[in-house]
Design a protein around this ligand. Structure first.
Ligand code: HDE
Length: 714
């Protein structure tokens, strides 16, 4: 029954209907199935008397409640999940025997959990952090978990350092401050003591740490794995997820405001998109490396602080994942799901990446305590679709009722079943890697190059991205109280790029390094930049949110044409006004307000549009909230559009250095202007040209060329 549910594609309404029709749902019962006659008033000795111990319903209700919480994940505590399916494009037989990677007609069910790493379960979504991107494939060979992140490298090279890293980045020991943030002394103390962090820090301080949406971020397996084909030939691989909506981020000021205005921003975005049928899609890619090429690179391919630059090892896009169903119950599914990098299927194997090796131990270990014992695989979300048969028995919360006398192998009593499967029968056969070596606590020489790829990353950034990284350093290091730590960080990054170190030093009150340093690497890898990446799709407004700010007297012709065009492009629009209720247009039509200034904010939208209408704009000009809306969206480099008298609001907002449509001289009028993402049109009537320009401006996502306009009062 539960297995069926995972692949169940019934609509919400159909499911509700099923619930209503279920006769067993009608009456409230105790856990023993006894119908309850009153659940609002406890049993008492007299109307004003004490509560009686014999009120078994009261005691059961409270006891269950008292035990509702389970430990949250030690990292990645805050997450959101979704169901979907995966399909491969063509058989991958040459590289792997994994069955779910063979048949393009086959849909393999998946469950994905996205997460932040550092914050506790109740923290905000838009903090600067790595995002987890964990996928459970319910394959016919058993469950395969790809437990990845939205950044392709990691802080440390060996899992034995993980407790130190996490202790340093979590809130400080004495006062539990700060929440969900790296910007404090202990973390940067850790960083300055571990130069191997340098590359990952560049990613964490980049815009990658501020995703606009889980639907618009990449995913990476990070560690090096292996594909093994049916002949037993192995190849090294790295996994990639590419979002089909492109890779987009928020800006820092915006993330901080959203953390207060809507701490569930990313969670809500994922939920709503799926509810509305805008199913997130990601292509699945692999970088494949022949074993004979293992030592061909100037980095060690087992080092998780290094990428395999795509210029050296291209990505092969081999399939697509679609997320099309929200969970029914957050706790049962998203909270109780247990991912583990050791959950592999035949055809996928491990490498000796020392971070991966440690991860193989850690996940099961933590789940034994988090989910209360060794039987958590029986929880529906964790149960494989493939049949399970073994001799493991008993333990807390056992639900399987095993039949028969035997729980050992081999046996003569139970027909010697279940028995191990050979490779031909689908048994998992570990890759026969030759391993030889002295027991030693050491890493190979190439692991010691900490700065070359941090420099490669820096070289690959666009100018706005570089600026954002420097600003992120100013915030993060600026929050560090101990000046010695601030100085140590500056000196550490002097090994990456001398100019970067000078820029960091300027903002954090410590002297620049005495001698300008820097790695000699000049190579670039444009796809590590979001802005320069060929995967950063900028030709669609699908699922973008646009605020239409209006008041009574708005121009109905403007609103209906613009709204229709945006929605035809797949965007969502909200009418925003001073209060909820109805607005009356200049020609008498009415429109319903979706959000008021009290219930929303410009930071929750991708673009803002102001329609014409004399009275409309007269009112808006008097509303500080409307002006602030425009200013703030401008400051965050979002597309802004106005038609007719709406342009006057932009003028009133003093948007710096922007050309507007309208009269240029007494006898010359420019009907439409698109300037740095600010699109304005005058003249009544057809809005199709405006719609085209505005749509293009929104699709660009952000207009960095006006970012230096810090004089905007928002
Ligand atoms: Fe994890 N990690 N991790 N991690 N990780 C956990 O497992 C750990 C690492 C990742 O949505 C924990 O069940 C060690 C890299 C994700 O449920 C824990 C090391 C990557 C999730 C754990 C790493 C990840 C986790 C906490 C070696 C990207 C959330 C709760 C340094 C490839 C999965 C749990 C979900 C969760 C250990 C490093 C991704 C403690 C020892 C690298 C997405 O077991």
């Amino acid at each position: 029954m539960e297995k069926k549910r995972i692949v169940d594609e019934k609509s919400k309404d159909e499911q509700l209907e099923m619930v209503r029709e279920d006769p067993e749902r009608e009456f409230l019962t105790t856990n023993q199935g006894v119908r309850v006659s009153n659940t609002d008033i406890s049993l008492k000795a007299g109307e004003r008397g004490p509560t009686l111990l014999e009120d078994f319903h009261f005691r059961e209700k409270l006891t269950h409640f008292d035990h509702e919480r389970i430990p949250e994940r030690v990292v990645h505590a805050r997450g959101s999940g979704a169901y979907g399916y995966f399909q491969v494009y063509e058989p991958m037989k040459e590289y792997t025997s994994a069955k779910f990677l063979q048949d393009p007609n086959k849909k393999t069910p998946v469950f994905v959990r996205f997460s932040t790493v550092v914050g506790f379960r109740g923290s905000a979504d838009t903090v600067r952090d790595v995002r987890g991107f964990a996928t459970k494939f319910y394959t016919e060979d058993g469950n395969y978990d790809l437990v990845g992140n939205n950044m392709p490298v990691f802080f440390i090279q060996d899992a034995i350092k993980f407790p130190d890293l996490v202790h340093a980045i979590k809130p400080e020991q004495d006062n539990q401050i700060p929440q969900a943030s790296a910007a404090h002394d202990t973390f940067w103390d850790f960083v300055s003591c571990h130069p191997e962090n340098a590359h990952m820090i560049m990613w964490v301080l980049s815009d990658r740490a501020l995703p606009r949406s889980y639907r618009m971020m990449e995913g990476f397996g990070v560690n090096t794995f292996r594909f093994v084909n049916s002949e037993g030939k192995g190849r090294f691989i790295k996994f990639h997820w590419k979002p089909l909506l492109g890779i987009h981020s928020l800006v820092w000021d915006e993330t901080q405001k959203i953390a207060g205005k809507d701490p569930d921003f990313n969670r809500r975005d994922l939920w709503e998109a799926i509810e509305m049928g805008d199913y997130p899609e990601y292509e699945f890619g692999v970088q494949i490396l022949e074993e004979e090429d293992e030592f061909k690179f100037d980095f060690d391919i087992l080092d998780p602080t290094k990428i395999w630059p795509e210029e050296d090892v291209p990505i092969k896009w081999i399939g697509k994942m679609t997320l099309n169903r929200n969970p029914d119950n957050f706790f049962a599914e998203t909270e109780q799901v247990a991912f583990c990098p050791a959950n592999v299927v035949p055809g996928i194997d491990f490498s000796n990446d020392p971070l991966l090796q440690g991860r193989l131990f850690s996940y099961l270990d933590t789940q034994l305590i988090r989910l209360g014992g060794p039987n958590f695989q029986e929880i529906p979300i964790n149960r494989p679709l493939a049949p399970v048969a073994n001799n493991q028995r008993e333990g807390y919360h056992r639900t399987t009722i095993n039949k028969g006398k035997t729980s050992y192998f081999p046996n003569t009593v139970g027909e010697n079943l279940p028995r191990p499967a050979s490779g031909e029968e689908g048994g998992y056969v570990h890759y026969m890697e030759k391993v030889e070596g002295k027991k030693i606590r050491s890493r190979s020489e190439k692991f010691k190059d900490f700065f070359s790829q941090a420099k490669l990353f820096w070289n690959s950034m666009s100018e706005p991205e570089k600026k954002h990284i420097i600003e992120a350093f100013h915030f993060e290091i600026g929050k560090v109280n101990d000046k010695n730590i601030r100085k140590a960080v500056v000196d550490m990054f002097n090994n990456v790029d001398g100019d970067l170190a000078i820029e960091i030093a300027k903002g954090v009150g410590v002297p620049a390094p005495e001698k300008k340093g820097g790695s000699p690497v000049t190579k670039e890898s444009p796809n590590v930049s979001q802005e320069r990446s060929e995967r950063n799709v900028k030709n669609t407004i699908k699922t973008r949110k646009i605020a239409i700010i209006a008041a009574d007297g708005y121009n109905h012709n403007d609103v209906s044409q613009v709204k229709q065009a945006l929605e035809a492009g797949g965007a969502k629009t909200h009418i925003v006004s001073e209060h909820q209720g109805m607005l009356k247009s200049s020609s008498g039509e009415e429109i319903e307000v979706d959000k008021s200034y009290v219930t929303t904010e410009s930071v929750l939208y991708d673009a803002v549009y102001i329609p014409g209408g004399k009275e409309n704009v007269k009112t808006l000009k008097m509303q500080g909230d409307a002006i602030h809306f425009v200013n703030e969206a401008f400051r965050h480099c979002k597309a802004l559009g106005a038609t007719g008298e709406g342009v006057e609001l932009f003028k009133a907002a003093n948007l710096p250095d922007i050309q507007f449509a309208g009269k240029e001289s007494v006898d010359k009028e420019i009907p439409l202007v698109s300037d740095k993402g600010v699109v304005t049109a005058v003249k009544e009537g057809d809005r199709s040209d405006f719609n085209k320009s505005f749509t293009t401006a929104i699709a660009k996502h952000r207009h960095w060329d006006r970012e230096k306009k810090e004089q905007v009062p928002a």
